[in-house]
Design a binder for this molecule. Structure first.
Ligand code: SF4
Length: 528
């Protein structure tokens, strides 16, 4: 619901910062596609853009696609920025560039909400979710868009009910330029894993949109040119199990109506394996991938981090159950836990081989503000503020040993032959269990065929000819071609190529070992 009663017109520039190269942003896959340049449309900033008064002209720029130019800043009367901790340096850089044009800059989103202190230069800090602070910010900009004399902090006390959220302004983003579409149904998570800031930031009682809002958003994403997959960015898709069950029939209906042109993926806790009725609905709705924060295969470590819910079903059994509903599991893994031993890296590699999970995001433990982990490590005097380090945690094991283990695990897990073997397993065992929807006119359209041919050409040339793992590639690719599994070939290689190349950077010490690390890698700040 937009704020009403605003008469002045303000030109607002919304700028989303670049991501530092990371495992989960897939940038090595982009050159294999037909023009993808960024990971996912940013929900938060597009939501705010939709919430601004209808008569305010809004420009949205995702700096993962192109940098905001001097002309953009000259056009604007105020700038809005949003992002996560990993984008902190880039957000401060956008603020600096906006100030060079004497523009007021407001920052919102998860990073500033958790750590307002990170952003001393911004004119307005929007702390918390969409709500009364947003209305106050809009009212202030409407009255006077110039820079205030000192920083103003606006905190949301009264959050807008999610059923009143407008559809994010997807029309402002270049949706076909994104690797995945994104959508949000719920916010918050009932669990309290020690390292996680979600319950602190968004609450333990998940708030929800209505199923009708979700299908309307999907309609709009389609209108804006989305193809392929849409990711439910909810912190935990089954944070409210009844809500998930309520939504699924609407998604199934929508898929039938639109011809299954999209696949879905989501994040959920591993105990979803105990809910066959939810998994069956997800299969029917064409969920093909599920991200589970497995974190570690070590039960002692899971207990210590208060992630006991991962053990409600034995981990291997849970993975098999998800696979049996046609869903490939993607796993988050953390190294550097207090319970880690010198042999933890070896155990992780054994787990990867046994689970046959192709994609695992392996990160070093990082203590985020507003988490129980942060509080505990602060009490134990084990927080280290050093931007040259890959983690702010004083590990129990020597720091160098932990980083070396991380590099060794990345190097080994993503050797081309091993990774493609895991994809081979998924293609044989998991993908055949997926719903096999009838081919829709969109899928057999010339546009879609041309897209597939373009990606195949790129893959054959850039991987099959130019890459040094071409032998492993062709072994895998020829099997796919012989079986007519062209879609599997494309989808597996897009991701596998990124993982292989990124892991090489990682094991060579060219990337951060923590997703949240502040250690700046080159090229992470837009060059303007
Ligand atoms: S289950 Fe996931 S979202 Fe919920 S608290 Fe744990 S890590 Fe965070």
């Amino acid at each position: 619901m937009r704020i009403e009663g605003i008469e002045n017109v303000r030109r607002i520039l919304c700028v989303f910062p670049r991501y530092t190269s990371s495992f989960g942003t897939f940038e090595y896959a982009y050159p294999l596609t037909d023009g993808v340049q960024a990971f996912m449309p940013p929900q938060g900033l597009l939501l705010i853009a939709a919430y601004l008064p209808e008569h305010w002209p809004v420009r949205f720029i995702d700096e993962n696609i192109r940098a905001a130019t001097a002309e953009d800043f000259e056009w604007a009367e105020a700038v809005l920025v949003s992002g996560m901790h990993i984008q902190r340096q880039q957000m401060n850089d956008i603020c600096r560039r906006a100030h060079a044009h004497d523009l007021a800059v407001a920052i919102g989103g998860p990073s500033v909400s958790a750590c307002p202190d990170y952003y001393p230069s911004f004119d307005y800090l929007h702390v918390g979710e969409l709500g009364d602070a947003t209305d106050e910010l809009i009212a202030r900009l409407a009255r006077d868009p110039s820079r205030p004399e000192r920083q103003i902090v606006l905190k949301t006390a009264d959050r807008l009910d999610m059923t009143r959220f407008p559809i994010p302004a997807y029309e402002l983003a270049e949706i076909p330029r994104y690797f995945l579409g994104s959508i949000q149904y719920s916010s918050g998570c009932p669990y309290q894993c020690e390292f996680c800031d979600i319950p602190g930031l968004y609450g333990r009682n998940p708030r929800l949109k209505s199923p009708q809002q979700i299908t309307a958003e999907l309609d709009k994403l389609l209108e804006c040119g989305i193809m392929g997959s849409v990711y439910f960015v909810d912190d935990n898709f089954i944070g409210n199990r009844k809500a998930a069950l309520d939504l699924l029939p609407h998604l199934i209906e929508w898929q039938k109506k639109t011809g299954y042109v999209l696949r879905f993926s989501c994040e959920a806790t591993l105990n979803i394996a105990k809910r066959p009725e939810i998994l069956a609905g997800m299969r029917e709705a064409y969920f093909c991938t599920i991200f589970c924060g497995i974190e570690t295969p070590d039960p002692v470590a899971l207990k210590a981090m208060h992630k006991d819910h991962n053990m409600m079903v034995p981990i291997m059994e849970a993975i098999e159950t998800l696979n049996s509903f046609g869903m490939e599991v993607v796993s988050g893994i953390i190294l550097g836990l207090d319970t880690d031993k010198p042999e933890t890296g070896q155990h992780l590699l054994e787990f990867i081989e046994a689970s046959q999970i192709p994609l695992l995001t392996i990160n070093l433990l990082q203590a985020l503000p507003q988490t129980p982990l942060w509080d505990r490590l602060k009490r134990e005097n084990r927080l280290i503020e050093d931007e040259g380090r890959d983690s702010n945690v004083d590990f129990r094991l020597p720091y160098e040993d932990v980083v070396t283990t991380w590099r060794a695990c990345m190097g080994s897990a993503y050797q081309p032959a091993k990774l493609l073997e895991r994809y081979e397993y998924q293609i044989r065992h998991t993908y055949p269990k997926r719903l096999q929807p009838p081919r829709s006119p969109q899928q057999t359209s010339w546009k879609n065929i041309k897209l597939g041919l373009t990606m195949l050409r790129n893959i054959f040339w850039k991987v099959g000819v130019l890459c040094d793992y071409k032998i492993e590639f062709w072994k895998f690719a020829l099997r796919r071609l012989a079986r007519g599994e062209i879609e599997y070939l494309i989808s597996s290689i897009l991701v596998a190529h990124h993982l292989i190349m990124f892991a090489r950077d990682a094991s060579g010490g060219h990337t951060n070992a923590s997703y949240y690390s502040l250690k700046l890698q080159e090229a992470s700040v837009p060059a303007e």
